[in-house]
Structure formats: structure tokens, C-alpha cells
Design a protein around this ligand. Structure first.
Ligand SMILES: [Fe+2]
Length: 460
């Protein structure tokens, strides 16, 4: 199963990139620096080791030349051989050692078979030559690489021969290898510490940026957040302080704005309420109509077990249900005779006009379905959209019943009011056509209960 990305990772991808970039940058810098220092340190160390080994062999060669003079002058070959043997035995890194006479004849050699041979001068580069005549040469042999140190043997200011020592570069290489391992180990450790520090440092440095980023995201999404913590007094700290001030300003302006918007909306709602009441008061026949429709509708709503908020919305929707009539001219609204087809068409637009008025305030939007469809018929022959059956909103169906009943039982310019009983019969007759049958039945039952309660009240 794939693991979902964490919310922090998802919300701050840019920050993750900054952190990765910073870590990578520090890492590359660390590795290249460590590598450069390692190479430089190794070179210096190699040079140092070579120089020390050469110095030691030079000293050994000079020491040998100093003690060999007497034996050479007295032609004591056994003494010379003894010297060579002892020096070679106590310095295993010396590859070979010989003492030659001024003519180049090998008098004694650590390899005794070579005694009597003629010494061939080294065919390599002379690395240096000291004042006492000691020379250091680099010999490039076919199979191995050697260094040759030659020191003249001087007796009573006269050169009587030379001491020749060779040592293999491999000796230096071994020492260099050991030093290299140690240096690389130390630098590796330094690199590890550096990497760990860089990861910690970038996390520490990006923390304030992360806070800022979170603050900006919160502000963008409209979540109120506490002022951000100021971690330092540098540019980032000042930026955080500025952000906190800006957030406070935006929040206060937003609050003022929403307060103004609320006031404006309340004023509009009040205006619509006044308008609705004014419509009812426009002529004596409809005075109090909306209030009576509201009372009846809420009673029916209660019978249908609507919740308290639903009943409250239903009551307000009733008060607004004919508000669209404000756009219908008096010549139509208060006409004594029958309306012409055109007048009737205009009259039938009042639910849509009502919906348009309510659409202007967000808090009134929820009343639109009830207002717009309170003249729809169950069989689909009503207006404005010809909705039928269950498509008619319940609140609209309830208002429709109460509205028709109140109109029937009120005097109109063109006819007298029906009695309650007659109105009930009319509604029963229209059930299934204009009204939803079950709802109409519940309404008739309610009216009967009301009538019975009224008679009982009069009787008492
Ligand atoms: Fe109406």
C-alpha cells in the first residue's frame, strides 16, 4: 500500500526543495573541500615521508663513511665487511650496501658475490648533492625503483673511497600507505560530522522560513493563526515581525469588512421584510395575508414533524412568498375585473420576481425554492417552471395550500369569501391536481381540528 504524503510535505513542497537544495549545496561543498584537503595533505605527507627516509639513509651513509675510513686505509677488508654486515642487519629497509675504492672497484658488498666487481654509477636523476659530496639519485631500474645515496670516505682530507647505499621506493610507499589510511580515516570522520551538522543546520535555518510559509498558507486559506514566533533579530526576524503586523492589519480589516457586509445584509433583509408587509398592505383584501399563511404553514409543518430550524425557515419563507408582487403594477394587482391574458402572464411572474429579490442577499437564498415554486401544481400545470409531484419543494407545497386556503376564505373584489367548510371541500377537490394528495389530506385534517377547537372555544 502506498503511503500518503504527510500534510507538512504536501503543504510546503517549496520548503522541502529549499531544504534539499541547501543540504545538497553544503554536502557538495563539504565533499569537495574534504577531497581537496585530503589530496593536499596526502601530497605533503608523501613528500615529508620520502624526505625523512632519505635524510635517515644519508645520516646512516655519513656515519658509515666516518667509521670506514680507518679500515679502508689499513686495507682491513674484514673490518669493512663487518661494518657493512652490521649496518645492513640493523637497517632492514636498506636494499644493498657497498664500499668502493676511488677506482670504483667494489671492495665489500652486502651481496658478497658482487665483491670485486666495478661499480656502475647510478643512471638516474641526481636529486641533490650535499657540501660533503653526498649525492642522492633516483634510479629507474627495469624491475624496481631505487634511491641511491653515495657518500665519499675522506681520510686526512683525501677521498679514499665511497659508501653506496640503496633503498627501495617500496619502503616509502608502505609508510605512505599507512599515513594515507590514517588521513583518509580522519577526513572521512570529518565528512560524516560535517554532513550531520549540515542536515541539522539546514533544518535549523529553514525553521523560521517554514513558520513563515505556514503563516502565509494559513492566511491564504482564511485560518486565523497566532502571531508567528520570531526566532532571530536578523532580516528573517524582521520579515517575520512585518508578516505578523501585516496579518494583524488584514485580520482587523477583514473583520471590519465582514461587519459592514453583515450590517448591509441585515439592512437588506429588513427592507425585504418591510416590502413583503407593504405588499400585503397594498389593499385591504390582502392585509395580513402573508402572516396568516405563515401561521397556517407552520401549524401544518408541525403536523409533518418538521424540525425547529425548518419551521423557522418555513415561517420566514411565507412572509416573503409574494414579495415579487412589488414589481407588479397596481393596475394589474388591484384590478377589479378579470385580468387579460397579458396581465395574467405578468401576474404569474411574481414568484420569479420574488426569487430575483431574494437572490440579492446570501442569507435569503435558502428561501428561494419555497418562494419561486409556491404556485406550482402537483399535476405539473402550475407556474413558473411546471414542476410536478415530488419535484416541488416541500415548503413550496405547504405554502401553496395555506396560500390558496387563505385566499379562498378572504373577500376579493370579484367574489365573496368561501366558508371554511366550502374551502376545505375545494381543497379536497383539488387534491391530486393542484395539491399533493397526502399533504392536502393532512391539511384538511388540521383545518378540521382548528374548526373543532374554535367551536369548543366558543362553547365554553
Ligand atoms: Fe403568490
Amino acid at each position: 500500500m502506498l503511503e500518503k504524503p504527510g500534510p507538512e510535505r504536501k503543504r510546503f513542497p517549496v520548503l522541502q526543495k529549499i531544504r534539499v537544495k541547501a543540504s545538497l549545496y553544503v554536502l557538495v561543498l563539504l565533499i569537495s573541500t574534504t577531497l581537496a584537503f585530503s589530496i593536499i595533505a596526502l601530497r605533503i605527507m608523501n613528500q615529508y615521508i620520502l624526505s625523512e627516509v632519505i635524510k635517515r639513509v644519508e645520516t646512516l651513509s655519513r656515519g658509515t663513511a666516518a667509521v670506514a675510513g680507518y679500515s679502508l686505509m689499513s686495507n682491513d677488508l674484514l673490518g669493512l665487511d663487518n661494518i657493512v654486515y652490521r649496518v645492513k642487519a640493523t637497517n632492514p629497509d636498506i636494499e644493498s650496501m657497498a664500499i668502493i675504492n676511488p677506482e670504483g672497484e667494489i671492495l665489500v658488498h652486502s651481496d658478497t658475490r658482487r665483491a670485486g666487481e666495478t661499480h656502475r654509477p647510478a643512471a638516474g636523476d641526481v636529486l641533490r648533492k650535499a657540501e660533503d659530496g653526498t649525492t642522492v639519485s633516483e634510479v629507474q631500474g627495469p624491475a624496481r625503483e631505487l634511491y641511491e645515496i653515495q657518500t665519499p670516505i675522506v681520510f686526512l682530507d683525501k677521498a679514499v673511497g665511497s659508501v653506496i647505499m640503496t633503498f627501495n621506493k617500496a619502503v616509502v610507499n608502505e609508510a605512505q600507505q599507512a599515513a594515507r589510511s590514517r588521513i583518509l580515516g580522519v577526513f572521512g570522520l570529518l565528512l560524516l560530522v560535517g554532513v550531520a551538522s549540515s542536515v541539522f543546520l539546514t533544518a535549523f535555518l529553514t525553521k523560521p522560513v517554514q513558520e513563515l510559509s505556514k503563516g502565509v498558507a494559513d492566511l491564504k486559506e482564511g485560518r486565523r493563526s497566532r502571531p508567528l514566533r520570531v526566532y532571530s533579530q536578523d532580516e528573517l526576524g524582521r520579515l517575520t515581525e512585518s508578516f505578523n503586523e501585516m496579518t494583524a492589519l488584514i485580520t482587523s480589516q477583514k473583520n471590519s469588512l465582514s461587519r459592514y457586509a453583515q450590517d448591509l445584509e441585515e439592512a437588506y433583509v429588513s427592507t425585504v421584510r418591510v416590502l413583503a408587509a407593504a405588499i400585503d398592505a397594498r389593499d385591504t383584501h390582502t392585509l395580513g395575508h402573508s402572516t396568516r399563511v405563515a401561521g397556517l404553514s407552520v401549524e401544518l409543518g408541525r403536523e409533518l414533524d418538521l424540525s425547529a430550524p425548518e419551521l423557522e425557515d418555513l415561517e420566514i419563507a411565507c412572509l416573503f412568498h409574494d414579495v415579487g408582487k412589488i414589481k407588479i403594477p397596481d393596475s394589474i394587482l388591484q384590478k377589479k375585473g378579470r385580468l387579460t391574458t397579458a396581465e395574467q402572464r405578468e401576474m404569474r411572474r411574481h414568484p420569479e420576481y420574488g426569487a430575483e429579490i431574494l437572490a440579492k442577499a446570501p442569507s435569503l437564498l435558502k428561501y428561494i425554492p419555497a418562494v419561486k415554486y409556491h404556485h406550482e401544481w402537483f399535476d405539473g400545470t402550475g407556474y413558473p417552471d411546471g414542476l410536478s409531484g415530488g419535484k416541488i419543494p416541500k415548503a413550496a407545497a405547504i405554502i401553496s395550500l395555506a396560500d390558496v386556503y387563505d385566499a379562498m376564505t378572504s373577500d376579493r373584489p370579484y367574489r365573496d369569501a368561501l366558508s371554511e367548510e366550502e374551502a376545505r371541500a375545494e381543497i379536497a377537490a383539488l387534491a391530486g391536481r393542484q395539491f399533493e394528495p397526502d399533504l392536502a389530506a393532512r391539511f384538511i385534517l388540521l383545518l378540521q381540528k382548528r374548526a373543532a377547537a374554535l367551536i369548543k372555544g366558543h362553547g365554553e
